[in-house]
Design a protein around this ligand. Structure first.
Ligand code: SAH
Length: 339
């Protein structure tokens, strides 16, 4: 059975037309789902009983559930059970500017980045659009606050689940739906070039973040297998084209790994790599995990790296850290399989 949260507004309108009903019913249902946020078809009281029956017979609604919440001061980690008993996580962060939710897009991940805990579990399947939507709705319900920002940086490679991802963006971004401004949505990819090219042509003003993590192919090949398929000499021109066509700025995420990619030469090489691009670099202190031997760069070396980039007039920030106490930080999700 299809899930109602898989349908965009357009899909809902087409659905009603296909069953001989008026198109505007699609709009009504969309409103119930994303404005009034009802939990059952029976609550859609401006629809006739027989329409409600048709919907009930053809669509599911709530299929995922929160099975565990861990809270720290300004961060909460949610564990979800999916219909087939698989599990994923989402992380809610309280910022001064609002509530930001980091959602997962796949069960496991196939990209195999050497430093990432989530990537150690091979991809089991893609999440459907409704499973991404439901992460947002369920967390809003549990915490009683509106989610104002979404970062698509949880478990999985979003561009390896492209079609479901784009439908998700369409639904949350729709002014008649959850109405999250595009600039409040960020999607992060390890660099799947063909999908970045497709994404360039879409009308959404969603922020694009790239997991770069190395200033040259030698180091990137070593820590990110995806670089063998789409090396920097292909990735960087693709991003330059994205920036030119969309007029948007790209964010580069750069984890600092002690002794691997954090030397002064690396900083200079990185500055040179992104020279002239409308971008900024987000330096990420590495979150160490039990199963991976990479170590976090020492504080003074992080500062040195930062200073070199600054001096080279690169826009750079050091990422504020959230959630390491409850293993909710980047690269730590689903590391405890016993849950
Ligand atoms: N697959 C997507 C999104 C998920 S990862 C991507 O690669 O962008 C989100 C970010 O966390 C990525 O930049 C990823 O490289 C980073 N990350 C992974 N493991 C980490 C760790 N242990 N410490 C800090 N950041 C990590």
């Amino acid at each position: 059975m299809n899930n109602i949260y898989n349908l965009t507004l357009n899909d809902l309108e087409e659905y009603f037309v296909s069953i001989g009903e008026k198109k505007f019913k699609g709009q009504q249902v969309f409103d119930w789902l994303y404005r009034k946020k009802v939990k059952s078809f029976d609550e859609m009281t401006n629809l006739k009983k027989d329409i409600i029956e048709v919907l009930k017979n053809n669509f599911e609604m709530n299929t995922i559930s929160i099975t565990k919440v861990e809270k720290d001061i300004d961060v909460s980690k949610y564990l979800f059970r999916l219909k087939d008993d698989e599990k994923v996580e989402a992380v809610l962060m309280d910022h001064l500017y609002g509530n930001s939710l980091c959602i997962s897009t796949q069960v496991g991940c196939n990209m195999g980045c050497k430093f990432c805990e989530s990537g150690r579990l091979k991809k089991i399947r893609n999440l459907e659009t409704h499973e991404m939507i439901e992460q947002v709705l369920k967390v809003e319900e549990e915490c009683g606050k509106r989610i104002s920002h979404i970062v698509i940086m949880g478990i999985g490679e979003p561009f390896d689940n492209y079609d479901n991802l784009i439908k998700f963006i369409e639904i949350v971004n729709n002014p008649k739906g959850l109405e999250l401004g595009s600039r409040h949505i960020t999607v992060s990819t390890c660099g799947l070039v063909p999908k970045i090219k497709e994404f360039t042509l879409l009308p959404y003003q969603v922020n694009l973040a790239i997991s770069l993590h190395a200033p040259n192919n030698t180091i990137r090949d070593m820590i990110m297998p995806v670089n063998k398929a789409y090396p920097l000499d292909v990735l960087i021109p693709t991003l330059k084209d994205y920036i030119a066509k969309t007029n948007r700025r790209v964010t580069f995420e750069y984890i600092l790994l002690d002794g691997i990619n954090d030397t002064e030469e690396c900083a200079l090489e990185l500055a040179n790599l992104v020279k002239g691009m409308n971008c900024y670099i987000n330096l990420i202190p590495y979150n160490e995990t039990n199963n991976i031997s990479y170590k976090r760069t020492k504080k003074e070396n992080i500062s040195k790296f930062y200073d070199i980039l600054k001096k080279s007039r690169v826009n750079v920030t050091i990422r504020r850290e959230y959630g390491s106490k409850i293993s909710a930080a980047c690269g730590q999700l689903r590391s405890k399989k016993e849950d």
